[in-house]
Unconditional design. Structure first.
Length: 464
């Protein structure tokens, strides 16, 4: 039997990549104020900014789009989505939204108030922002193993259960409206959460009569990594592992742009009928009727089909192997990455990559600039630009715990030769890492500043 893992699909349609020169890219990144979010996508050769909504849909999904019913209320497409969520995740109440952050906004607007605390293994940027927007505090409780970027512990996405118990003792149940756990742990390096950890977290929540919600963006990748690494699950089908995961939860938020294998869409689920009623009332105010939630019927169809396709084990084997391939080749080239390779992305340790640039000079942003200039690759900083904090009174900036750069791999989009090119570019950037320069903020928004921030190289005036 051949040992090479091949893509379990054939390519039926292609999209042109515009090849750019280094001179062009130097001019373009300056015009974008050194923020890769501000680049035109046509000027990017390999786009690893995010795996959210950037994957390729299947022939079955495109066929489903043609079947999509656009009735304002009671569309058959909604009921097909509802059936898929019930069959795969086990929830009967499904509230569609236009994407995951809309589900987060509705959930936290209904469940949280000023002064509340929401524990999570690690909140991602939009989750944290939606919690803070309603005046609550997003509390990160990563496991101790997750703090060691070089450790090979297989479940570094786990929550610190002792810290969760301590949070209930410190804040009390009245200030903790819900607990969340993100699978896989995106801000923690795309690392999975074990079923054992999920069960321990669920037991603590039951003891305190507190709802447990799963941020389910990459649930299938997490389930497959449980199958690969958690004792006793090697012969358990991924679909069954998924059901065991979600049986422990009272609800979930889902960006279907990840493990829904679609370009737009999401949903919110709950087992609480009264909570569902309040959430639907808010949905009607801002998103649309509860059977379409800001989506077209064709999008509902694509999500329903994508949820079924994403738990196919040959797809997941290929998906995880692709990420591991990139991680192993970067490690062989000496590039410091967060170990072990996660499900959807490789995270470069910018602190070790460019130790001459201190955290407050944004080494992760500097690395994204170098990747773009040298190779036309777009990645995203997950460090002080994204998660640092500025004291509103003193103006003093506190850096993030880690300075990472994420290479997020879109689903079913790039071939092995594209990934080989990424390795080649990163090898060159690493060899020239002493040339990298720090940056400073020129302009930043109060929330999610990394999306729209403007930067300038240290020692240079801003271009704006």
């Amino acid at each position: 039997m051949a040992r090479t893992i091949i893509e379990p699909f054939r390519i039926k349609s292609v999209e042109r990549i515009r090849m750019t020169s280094r001179d062009e890219r130097e001019r373009l990144i300056r015009a974008a104020d050194f923020n890769v979010f501000r680049l035109h996508a046509d000027d990017v050769m390999i786009d690893l900014l995010t795996d959210s909504g950037t994957g390729a849909m299947s022939a079955s999904q495109w066929a489903g789009i043609m079947r999509g019913d656009e009735s304002y209320a009671g569309s058959p497409s909604f009921y097909r989505l509802e059936t898929a969520v019930r069959d795969i995740l086990g929830f009967t109440t499904v509230i569609p939204t236009h994407q995951g952050r809309a589900a987060e906004r509705i959930l936290f607007s209904v469940m949280c108030k000023t002064g509340d605390v929401v524990p999570n293994n690690t909140h991602f940027d939009t989750t944290r922002a939606n919690i803070e927007f309603v005046g609550a505090t997003a509390l990160d409780l990563p496991c101790n193993e997750g703090r060691d970027l070089e450790s090979r512990f297989p479940f570094k996405g786990n929550m610190d259960v002792e810290a969760l118990e301590a949070a209930f003792r410190r804040y009390g149940r009245d200030r903790i409206p819900l607990v969340m756990i993100t699978v896989t742990n995106n801000s923690g390096g795309g690392q999975p959460v074990s079923l054992e950890n999920l069960r321990r977290v669920a037991a603590i929540c039951r003891e305190h009569e507190c709802p447990l919600y799963i941020d389910a963006c990459r649930f299938a990748e997490n389930a497959y990594l449980i199958k690969c690494h958690e004792p006793g699950y090697a012969d358990v089908p991924v679909r069954e592992i998924v059901r065991q995961m979600f049986e422990l939860a009272d609800g979930c938020t889902m960006s279907a742009k990840k493990d829904g294998l679609v370009n737009i869409g999401g949903f919110l689920t709950t087992r609480d009928p009264e909570l569902a009623r309040r959430e639907k009332d808010l949905l009607i105010l801002t998103e649309g009727f509860p059977t379409y939630g800001g989506l077209a019927g064709r999008d509902l169809e694509a999500i329903a089909i994508g949820l079924d396709e994403v738990v196919e084990e040959d797809y997941l084997q290929y998906r995880i192997a692709s990420t591991r391939y990139l991680g192993e080749h970067l490690t062989s080239a000496g590039v410091p990455i967060l170990q072990p390779p996660g499900g959807h992305a490789i995270y470069i340790d910018a602190k070790r990559f460019a130790p001459q640039i201190p955290p407050l000079e944004l080494p992760g942003v500097a690395l994204t600039v170098s990747l773009y200039v040298i190779g036309g690759i777009r990645a995203v900083e997950i460090g002080t630009a994204m998660f640092g904090r500025t004291d509103p009174e003193s103006g003093v900036e506190t850096p993030a715990p880690n300075e990472l750069v994420r290479l997020a791999i879109p689903r079913r989009t790039y071939t092995q030769s594209h990934i080989d090119y990424v390795v080649e570019v990163l090898r060159e950037v690493y060899l020239r890492r002493e040339e990298m320069r720090g940056l400073r903020f020129v302009e930043q928004a109060p929330f999610l500043r990394h999306f729209t921030a403007k930067y300038a190289l240290l020692g240079e005036p801003s271009s704006s």
